[in-house]
Design a protein around this ligand. Structure first.
Ligand code: GDP
Ligand code: MN
Length: 380
């Protein structure tokens, strides 16, 4: 889950990272009032969960409260990369001297978090990473030891940060690590971290991603409450309510599988035979008829579905339960696409009988099932 800029900066502030003292507005009138309170120039920033807001026209400077209201009205009417702007952050404008980049993320290959910094901060760090990777300084963080001050200092030296800013930089880096660690983040990023005209380091932008697994087990109810449902697929929200692991994809073959590994394999085999999966779906072990029916409804709601492959390996999950779930769902939701079912394992025979009685065929092997479903999706 990604946090908005204002949410991330709110957390940064709690940890003592300097941020502009702005507030969030949902109407032009609110933006005007905040601008009045701040006094002087302000920056109006769209709060949408995507990068490049500046380039898209979603960040504008205002000299007066009236102009703030006017620009807030413009920005609140925008849609940036498909996301409606519902809130703007009104921050006091900063006197920017230098823009640097500072971020922490997981380095899977190293099995450690990594701190990254660059003197070439500002708008497009991906571009820097691509064209001039040597401009990004990295240091790995031992998760038990945490980020050591000397590491942050070495980074400051290597990126040729002026000596006057070292103490501030080390403080901010250490606090960013604490933010990252305490919130089970997979990304905590400040871009730009600016040096102002009077030599202060300030986090002008903030971005955090929280590990969904940490949220799923209830470790961060306060962060969970910050979730922005605008960016979540409606189908994924519904799946979560039924405790199904569902991820929408681009293809046209719906998949219902028990077990994450088997679900991945099923998608691979569909691709092997020239098809394209519409989703990842793990109904989990021990899924009863209700859960299967819910899964079915979610798959069938996707408009581009051309065929469905159900691949169940009955262990704890009983194949007859799955068959009953399929039949329940079929009677509830009209099934308008061909379906291929592969059932093996516990109570497979009973399950196949139930389906055969309802005039539904089953496949014996995954290869057979995948070939049949790909042909069906292509109208064969
Ligand atoms: P992003 O484009 O979504 O990453 O949004 P940012 O918050 O990083 O802002 C993009 C750019 O807008 C920054 O790199 C700055 O150059 C500029 N900007 C943001 N806030 C201010 C401000 O207070 N004053 C000035 N002059 N520029 C700002
Ligand atoms: Mn930014």
């Amino acid at each position: 889950m990604n946090l908005h800029e204002y949410q991330s900066k709110g957390i940064f502030a709690q940890y003592g990272i300097p941020v502009p003292s702005g507030k969030v507005a949902t109407t032009p009138a609110e933006a005007k009032a905040i601008a009045q309170e701040i006094g002087g120039r302000v920056v109006i920033k769209s709060q949408v969960l995507t990068g490049g807001r500046g380039k898209a026209g979603g960040i504008k400077l205002a000299s007066t409260p009236d102009e703030a209201a006017q620009l807030a009205q413009q920005i609140l009417a925008m849609t940036i990369k498909g996301l409606p702007v519902r809130k703007v952050l009104v921050d006091p404008a900063s006197n920017i001297q230098t823009e640097i980049y500072l971020g922490i993320t997981n380095d899977r290959a190293a099995r450690k978090p990594v701190l990254m910094a660059s003197a070439a901060g500002g708008v497009d760090i991906e571009e820097v990473a691509h064209t001039t990777p040597e401009k990004i300084i990295r240091t790995h963080i031992d998760p038990l030891m945490g980020l050591r001050d000397y590491q942050a200092r070495d980074v400051a030296i290597e990126m040729e940060l002026p000596r006057e800013q070292w103490t501030q930089f080390i403080h901010i880096a250490r606090k960013l690590w604490e933010v990252y660690r305490d919130n089970d983040a997979t990304l905590a990023e400040i871009n730009p971290l600016v040096i102002t005209g009077d030599g202060k380091l300030v986090a002008l932008d903030g971005k955090m991603s929280i590990d969904d697994n940490a949220l799923a087990v209830g470790r961060h109810p306060k962060l969970e409450a910050m979730r922005d449902l605008d960016v979540e697929e409606a189908s994924e929200i519904e799946a979560k309510q039924h405790e199904l692991s569902y991820i929408k994809l681009d293809g046209n073959i719906g998949c219902m599988v028990n077990g994450a590994g088997l679900a991945m394999t099923t998608m691979d085999v569909i691709k092997l035979f020239g098809g394209s999966p519409a989703n990842f779906l793990d109904i989990g072990g021990g899924a009863g008829p209700d859960k299967v029916a819910a899964a079915f409804r979610i798959i069938l709601k996707e408009p581009n579905i051309k065929a469905i492959l159900i691949n169940i390996f009955g262990g704890i999950t009983r194949c007859d339960d799955v068959a009953r779930g399929i039949l329940t769902a079929m009677s509830e939701v009209g099934v308008h696409v061909p379906m291929v079912v592969r059932l093996v394992g516990t109570n497979a025979k009973e399950g196949r009988e139930l389906l055969a009685n309802a005039n539904m065929g089953t496949a014996e092997t995954l290869t057979d099932a995948a070939q049949k479903v790909v042909a069906a999706a292509k109208g064969g």
